[in-house]
Ligand binder design. Structure first.
Ligand SMILES: Nc1ncnc2c1ncn2[C@@H]1O[C@H](COP(=O)(O)OP(=O)(O)OP(=O)(O)O)[C@@H](O)[C@H]1O
Ligand SMILES: [Mg+2]
Length: 426
């Protein structure tokens, strides 16, 4: 394992760690789908080479395997009709929805986005529609990274999400890919000897985010309206407040730019209605649609992308002791933040368009968010006071910079941004 670097070096990229193993190169034997070569052993599954491999999470591995089996048996993923990108409900062999898959190539700015409106946005008015603070076409990484942050902070509000490879005829493929796949299948049928030499016969797997499907949830607005007219008993209101604070922590750390009230879900079961034990929480939040987070700079030029939860009454209440006890020890530990950056690096570097400099900028924003959040929690502030704090980035020291610069030790520079967004309420 990599020895812990001194705290002052916590911003360095993991590649600078001398004891990290050199990148692993595995040459895989050409493998055919099991349906075509039943006598061959199952193919070696390695992530990063179109294969799914989750040795540390057998439960998740099993779910993905069931999704693959379902596709082989003809239970294909189904496109979610709403939304601006190609997102799919993935099923198990019995046709039950088990996940939500969002392929990179079908994201709003992906080259195979199936929805025409986004295409025209991109073509006609790119400056008004993209989010200038985000790296384009990395939404699937943002989804998986949000889940990683959620797990590492022990929040438990993001349904588990990982980077997965899937192929399905219901996905949006180019005419060329479809023709190539048809040609290979034809050759395999007609001249099996030649066909067996093909690396892959079906449609090419797409890389994307795979999020576990959560059942029994409604969009937040649905329940929030009901709770307004029919207030919750005090103990359940506290449970909801605690869940809400976890959502705030997540969104603030990852600097989510898309947390409308349609992008988080609430499940509520009246006490005694469907709980297994009396200690089960009656009310749970699921933070879905995390694809527009991890900006490389604060959104402070034209649009602020506010956190919509900041308008809710719950945002006026100071963070509870429970939330402070849960996240403060982690967030105020520089080694924890470094570990988090390293884990994110391992995930982000697999993207074709990965750029170390941009990644470092993303981490600088995230570290600034962590710094503000830690301070807010220590000071007993509320979510609304948190979002009013001056934006800050914590980057590796270098001369120059904008705004007020404070040097932390000899490795960090903290920069406050005083410029206000053009369209904002804060
Ligand atoms: N993990 C999940 N569990 C249960 N339902 C989900 C999950 N993820 C998404 N959904 C459902 O699918 C709908 C669309 O999901 P999502 O918002 O993530 O997709 P999208 O394509 O990014 O859409 P948009 O661009 O409109 O935000 C959600 O409103 C929700 O009803
Ligand atoms: Mg959405």
């Amino acid at each position: 394992a990599c020895p812990r670097l001194p705290v002052t070096n916590c911003c360095s990229l993991p590649s600078s760690c001398p004891s990290l193993p050199p990148s692993l190169h595995l040459s895989l034997p050409p493998s055919l789908p099991p349906s075509i070569s039943p006598s061959l052993p199952p193919p070696l599954r390695i992530n990063g080479g179109d294969f799914n491999h989750f040795p540390d999470d057998l439960e998740f591995a099993d779910i993905v395997q069931r999704a693959e089996q379902a596709i082989e048996n003809g239970a294909f993923p189904e496109r979610i009709s709403q939304g601006s990108s190609g997102s799919y409900f993935v099923k198990d062999p019995k046709g039950k929805i088990i996940g939500v898959f969002k392929p990179k190539s079908e994201e709003p700015y992906g080259h195979l986005n199936p929805k025409w409106t986004k295409y025209f946005h991109k073509l006609c008015c790119p400056c008004c529609f993209g989010r200038g603070c985000l790296l384009p076409n990395q939404g699937y990484l943002s989804e998986a990274a949000a889940s990683l942050v959620d797990t590492k902070l022990g929040l438990g509000v993001v349904p588990k999400t990982k980077v997965v490879y899937l192929a399905s005829e219901t996905f949006h493929y180019s005419a060329f890919d479809r023709a190539k796949s048809r040609g290979k299948k034809y050759a395999l049928e007609k001249v099996p000897k030649v066909g067996k030499r093909f690396h892959r016969v079906g449609l090419p797997p797409k890389v994307g985010s795979f999020q576990l499907f959560v059942e029994g949830y409604h969009e937040a607005d649905y329940w929030l309206r009901r709770f307004e007219s029919d207030p919750l008993p005090e103990n359940i209101r506290k449970q909801l407040q605690s869940q809400f604070e976890r959502l705030v922590v997540l969104d603030y750390v990852i600097r989510n730019t898309d947390r409308g009230n349609d992008n988080w879900l609430i499940k509520y079961e009246k006490p005694g209605e469907g709980q297994k034990t009396s200690s089960d929480s009656c009310v749970k939040i699921a933070a879905i649609d995390n694809g527009l987070a991890f900006p490389f700079k604060h959104p402070d030029e034209w649009r602020a992308y506010p956190f919509h939860w900041a308008w809710l009454p719950a945002a006026k209440v100071a963070f509870s002791q429970e939330t402070r006890d849960l996240v403060l020890p982690r967030l105020s530990d520089m080694n924890f933040v470094q570990d988090l950056c390293e884990d994110l690096y391992e995930m982000f570097k697999t993207d074709k368009g990965f750029d170390k400099t941009m990644f470092e900028r993303q981490m600088s924003v995230m570290r600034g968010q962590v710094l503000n959040l830690s301070q807010a929690l220590k000071d007993g502030r509320s979510p609304i006071q948190l979002v009013q704090m001056p934006r800050v980035v914590v980057e590796r020291s270098r001369s120059g910079g904008h705004g007020r610069v404070v040097t932390l030790g000899n490795a960090f520079t903290q920069t406050f941004h005083c410029k206000r967004p053009f369209f904002t309420s804060w």
